[in-house]
Ligand binder design. Structure first.
Ligand code: ADP
Ligand code: MG
Length: 689
């Protein structure tokens, strides 16, 4: 390998190994491989982290404080400052024709050999201008020979042993051959979105010729990422159930059930149910997401769908993320279905094995119309006789693959996904492009809006005063803490600590502790007693986040709110306000700075899950948003479906238009695109095309 003659940047081709280039030895090639760069074509999508604007050399006398600039100056004097040996600071006194400037390198003594008195250098960095004194800190620099790089230069993320210079060498070489690239998007997309070519886009994302060119480049690359992702998701949606299951589930059962409920369904519930029933009636398999805020009444909608399925001779599986929730659903549904002649069983992994065995038999024989449970429902041992409908509750806890596992238990069953996590539309199109969406954006009437208040360490007592007043009135309360046990220096702030403190101070109040490390029997016992009203104050970790419905609970007191995300607090708040009494959400923030205060403020300002989700997204970014990464979606590099929501919408429309004309991408026009798409998404989870 080492014997090979090296090539110039003109001689290489895009598929050449990077080590073939003059200036890149085997060691550097190995390090570049760690960055994912083995061939020149890999360089295109190795995007710069930022840029150095070296278009204009600035005069020292014109510099403003805080500017990042290029200065050409002569070194007048070298001097060492604070520190010892190599750790000393290196000071350079420099000047151009207009003024003087000091350049500082902390611990930079080792650089001294690079600078000689009287030589001209280009310095690029941030300057401080104070009382007429100009200082530049840790600039990048090069000897000025009139041949140095100009323009807007890429700054790449580095790894040990690889310099900006190396990467720039490689990217320049690759870009010299960018014209050899063929178009990677269908012509229809390029025309519709008025995109620049990919060669132009790569050139200008690495070495922008100017702001306009950079914008055009970025637009194309962001659009392209989203376009590929949307197409992959859309095609996998079609495949997810091979489209058809032959089931045509019909009848008036669901509406009869709805009218048997002790309440009238809200308009939004009815709309969602209608969407679902239409899907079920069609021989195409349903793939639908129902989004509805906490308390919007998703369970009743799901129940109606399951009844419809049962009456048509198909089994339903209803999967909840926790044992407690599965049990509660089981109880609720048992009550709701009374008199409808459907058989319903519970299946969780913590059930006694005799009970489990019995449930498994009922499911297998088809005697059970509906199976409610946890992950146990998708475990290997479960066989269904005729599974026609699969419902998962609180979707964000389940990945795409788990959903698929459950579906695989039947012959292309209808799939319904329910979530109380209001996902901003912008993100939903990307996360759930494989699902149709119904939104329940209306709460049942007569709910009294929850009062939300914010406290800090000093006013914490006022929060507890409200809690005590409510308990005195016969209501129940939750206190939620981020930790199970006291962390260092935070005495009494964990669930355990708060529980001990509270019960010692209020001997007359019955109080209990609940956390995730307790065993199931203990947890169930506590929950049941709280549910029955025997426990007045429940001190807990977030185990109650998804879950139980206790209408007499009117206070949700959240301790150390800075440790919780907005959406999580919103979920917690949803535990109260379910009955006929005024409820309170009391948020105690102790530390966490401005972000924590902002979050508490937003909670006080709105009860809308959708608004909160939008804000959450703004504060945390989509990467953090509800384990967005756990959805098994390929990672987007440049595109951010929130920041680029308009591009995302455009890309989606264009994809839909293309697929309407060429649903399987079989046309000649889309052949190249299909090939690229397959290459890109072949390996990624759940998106096999
Ligand atoms: P979620 O959407 O959070 O799962 P649930 O299905 O648990 O909400 O419903 C919350 C409560 O509201 C339940 O007690 C349920 O019986 C009640 N409920 C549901 N729909 C209505 C309605 N249309 N009118 C009045 N109460 C309703
Ligand atoms: Mg629910």
């Amino acid at each position: 390998m080492a014997a090979k003659t090296k090539k110039t940047e003109y001689e290489i081709s895009l598929s050449s190994e990077i080590s073939e280039l003059k200036g890149i030895g085997p060691q550097k090639a190995e390090r570049l491989a760690k960055l994912g760069i083995e061939h020149f074509e890999d360089m295109f999508e190795f995007y710069p982290r930022e840029y150095e604007d070296k278009r204009n050399v600035k005069r020292i006398c014109d510099l403003a404080d805080g500017e990042k600039v290029l200065v050409r100056a002569r070194v007048l004097l070298l001097r060492f400052g604070k520190g010892f040996g190599k750790n000393r600071t290196l000071h350079l006194l420099c000047e151009d024709d207009t003024a003087r400037m000091e350049v500082l390198f902390f611990k930079g003594a080792f650089l001294a050999g690079q600078f000689k008195q009287g030589e001209l250098f280009d310095f690029f960095g941030k300057v401080k201008v104070e009382n007429g004194r100009v200082t530049m800190f840790h600039p990048s620099y090069s000897r000025s020979e009139g041949t140095e790089e100009k323009g807007i230069l890429p700054v790449y993320p580095l790894t040990a042993g690889i310099s900006q210079k190396d990467l720039r060498l490689c990217s320049r070489a690759a870009l010299l051959h960018a014209d050899e690239l063929s178009e990677t998007l269908p012509a229809s997309a390029v025309i519709s979105a008025r995109l620049c070519s990919n060669a132009y886009a790569y050139s200008n994302i690495h070495y922008p010729q100017g702001d306009e060119q950079y914008k055009a480049a970025r637009y194309r690359l962001v659009y392209e990422e989203l376009y590929y992702l949307d197409t992959a998701l859309a095609l996998s949606k079609d495949r997810g159930g091979a489209g058809r299951n032959g089931n045509s589930i019909t009848g008036d059962y669901a509406w009869q059930f709805a009218s048997s409920l002790p309440f009238e369904m809200t308009g939004a519930q009815k709309r969602a149910l209608k969407d679902i029933l239409d899907d079920m009636a069609s021989p195409k398999a349903m793939n639908r997401l129902v989004q509805g805020d906490v308390g919007s009444g998703k369970t009743a909608v799901a129940a109606a769908a399951m009844l419809q399925s049962a009456k048509n001779g198909y089994q339903s599986a209803f999967m909840a993320p926790t044992d407690i929730l599965a049990r509660q659903h089981f109880e609720t549904l048992t009550k709701l279905f009374k008199g409808f002649g459907v058989d319903i069983v519970l299946l969780t992994s913590t059930m006694p094995s005799a009970e489990k065995k019995k449930a498994l038999e009922l499911i297998k024989s088809g005697a059970a119309d509906i199976a409610v449970g946890t992950h146990a429902l998708i475990s290997g041992g479960v066989e269904y006789s005729n599974l026609g409908l699969v419902i998962t509750d609180e979707q964000h806890r389940f990945g795409v693959n788990q959903r698929r596992l459950l579906s695989a238990k039947g012959k292309c069953p209808d799939v319904l996904v329910m979530t109380a996590t209001p996902i901003p539309r912008t993100l939903a199109v990307v996360l759930y492009a494989d699902l149709d969406i119904s939104v329940i954006d209306e709460l049942p009437p007569g709910r009294i809006p929850i009062i939300t208040k914010s406290y800090d360490a000093k006013t914490r007592k006022q929060a507890y005063d409200i809690l005590l007043e409510e308990v005195a009135k016969g209501r129940q309360a939750y206190i939620v803490a981020p930790y199970i046990e006291d962390p260092e220096n935070m005495e009494g702030r964990s669930a355990q600590g708060l529980f001990e403190g509270f019960s010692a101070a209020h001997k007359d109040i019955s109080c209990a502790l609940l956390h995730g490390q307790m065993d199931q029997a203990e947890k169930d016992d506590v929950m049941t007693r709280f549910y029955n009203g025997e426990i007045q104050v429940l001190v807990s970790t977030v185990v109650i986040e998804v879950g139980i419905d206790v209408p007499n609970a009117t206070v949700m007191l959240i301790e150390d709110s800075q440790r919780f995300g907005l959406a999580q607090m919103h979920q917690l708040r949803g535990r109260v306000g379910r009955g006929k009494h005024q409820s309170y959400c009391l948020i105690v923030t102790d530390g966490g700075g401005q972000t924590a205060e902002d979050r508490a403020k937003i909670m006080c300002q709105t009860l809308s899950g959708f608004t909160i989700a939008e804000k959450d997204l703004e504060l945390r970014g989509p990467g953090e948003f509800f384990g967005y990464r756990q959805h098994g979606l390929p990672q987007l590099t440049l595109a951010d479906p929130v920041k680029h929501r308009e591009v995302a919408a455009k890309a989606l429309t264009d994809v839909q238009m293309m697929l309407a004309k060429d649903p399987k991408l079989t046309s000649q026009e889309n052949a190249a695109f299909l090939k690229n798409l397959k290459r890109k998404y072949m390996q990624s989870d759940g998106l096999t095309l």
